[in-house]
Design a protein around this ligand. Structure first.
Ligand code: ADP
Ligand code: AMP
Length: 220
């Protein structure tokens, strides 16, 4: 099964993707994570991307399309993947269509997570993650069971993203509405779009997403 999780920054794409990896054995392909890793390494891609990411703007299409094209070719993607944060422009969606066609692969569903802008600011500014395994948390909505200890790996160090601040969030939301929201009619027209209520609790969103995936599996 190959799916896209589509939604504004902070909608809960990464949170749900981590849960789907655990329960369906799919691979999570997060362009945000790949770009942050490239910035950390100081690679050419990282050097090109950093300024855009710090400003809350989208990284140029050709850079992001290049990293996804390489990643999708790796053998672990053959069992199915969840795209998280890609595509983010119509040009990226068209490039993805071409890539999948060349490989004889299909896209099963695009799951839109609908969340109000006001809720997104609170979600993004309260987000943190385990420094060892990357498990995601929130100051208010998803705290580790034992304070200061990661539920997944027992790690005790946590990190916050440099771009998760109020100023950058405004630019990121603007980029979403202007450049990414046009993907909703793009996929609706192709009969791929399924929408879930992303304002619900984390567990309830998981239930909704699984319902979509189970219905798809039953129809196949
Ligand atoms: P995205 O990957 O779409 O940018 P995340 O999955 O990282 O978003 O979620 C952003 C923050 O909001 C995280 O700190 C996460 O714990 C929290 N979060 C995710 N889904 C929900 C939800 N349904 N309700 C409340 N908080 C949530
Ligand atoms: P994310 O982790 O998905 O919130 O992405 C963090 C930042 O990485 C974004 O604000 C963009 O600067 C960049 N980015 C991630 N994915 C893409 C993409 N598909 N296209 C362009 N820029 C991206």
């Amino acid at each position: 099964m190959n799916i896209i999780l589509l939604g504004p920054p902070g909608a809960g794409k990464g949170t749900q993707a981590q849960r789907l990896v655990d329960s369906y054995g799919l691979v999570q392909l997060s362009t945000g994570d790949m770009l942050r890793a490239a910035v950390k390494q100081g690679s050419d891609v990282g050097k090109r991307a950093k300024g855009f990411m710090d400003a809350g703007a989208l990284v140029p299409d050709e850079v992001v399309i290049g990293i996804i094209a390489e990643r999708i070719d790796e053998p672990d993607c053959a069992n199915g993947f969840i795209l998280d944060g890609f595509p983010r422009t119509v040009a990226q969606a068209e490039a993805l269509d071409r890539m999948l066609e060349e490989k004889g692969l299909g896209l099963d569903a695009v799951i839109e997570m609908e969340v109000d802008d006001e809720a997104l600011v609170e979600r993004i500014t309260g987000r943190f993650a385990c420094a060892s395994c990357g498990a995601g948390y929130h100051d208010k909505f998803q705290q580790p069971q034992k304070e200061g200890v990661c539920d997944k790996c027992g790690g005790t160090e946590f990190v916050r993203r440099a771009d998760d601040n109020r100023e950058t969030v405004v630019s990121r939301l603007k980029a979403y509405h202007e450049q990414t929201a046009p993907l909703l009619p793009y996929y609706r027209k192709r009969g791929k779009l399924k929408t879930v209520d992303g304002m619900a609790s984390i567990d309830d969103v998981t239930r909704q997403v699984k319902e979509v995936l189970n219905n798809l599996a039953a129809a196949q």
